[in-house]
Ligand binder design. Sequence first.
Ligand code: FPP
Length: 238
Amino acid sequence: MYKNENENELRHVAFIMDGNGRWAKKRGFPRTLGHKKGGEAFRTVARACKNAKIPYVTFFAFSTENIKRPKEEVDTLFGLFREYLFDAEKYAADKTRILFPGDRSIFPPDMIQQMNKLERESAGFDEMTLSLCLNYGGRADIIQAAKKFGQLCRDKDLRPENLDEKIFSGLLYTKDIPDVDLLIRTGGEQRLSNFLLWQLCYAELMFTDTLWPDFGEKDLLNFVNIYKTRDRRFGEIK
Ligand code: FPP
C-alpha cells in the first residue's frame, strides 16, 4: 500500500522503542531487564493503539545492526520474541493481523515457522495490523526490493522503464501496509536509525525523552492529539 490520500486520518503509527538499557541502568538493573520491561510496554502500547482504533501499528524491535550487541543481550531479546510468538492463543482473541517485516533468516527454524504461521493465520483479521520489525533495516529493505525487481524483469514481463513508486512499495517488506503517518521515538535521541527509510517519506516525526519502558497509553494519546494539529501538505500548497 502507498500514500495516505486523506491527510487528516491517522492510519499508520510507527514506534522506535528506545531507552530500555538506560531505564535499567538508572535503577541499577542489568540491561536485559530493561528489555523485559520494554516487552511489557510494547504489549501495553499495542493494546492502546487498538483501543484508539489506529488501523496500522509498527514497532522496531530488532534492527539489522542489533545482532552486533553482546550475546547475552541478543539472547534475551530473541527469548522475548520467542515468548511473544508462541503466545498464540492471544492472537485469535485479539483479532489482530500480525506481520514480521525484516530478514527472518537469522532466527531459529521454529521461530521462522511460527512467524510464517502467524502471518498466515491472522491474515483475515482487519481491525488492526501489527507489524513487528525483526532484523529489519531500511537500507536492507530497499536493497532486497531492488533485487526482487531485477528478478521480475529477468523472469517475468516487467521492464525497468515501468518501475514506479507504487510497484517499488509493493516489493518492500512492508508491502501490505500503508506509508507511515506518525513516527514516535522514545529515549531522547532524534534520528531514524535505519528504520522504514522509504515508508517514512512524509511521516510526522515526534520525539520524547521518556524511556520506552515508561511509555504508555497517556503518552500515545498525547501524540495522537498533537498529530491532529499538524498541517500535512505533502509538498503541495494547501
Ligand atoms: C533500544 O533500546 C531497544 C532495542 C534495541 C530493543 C527493543 C526491544 C523491545 C522493546 C522488546 C520487544 C519485545 C517484544 C516481545 C516485541 P536500547 O537498549 O538501545 O536503549 P538504550 O539506548 O537506553 O541503551
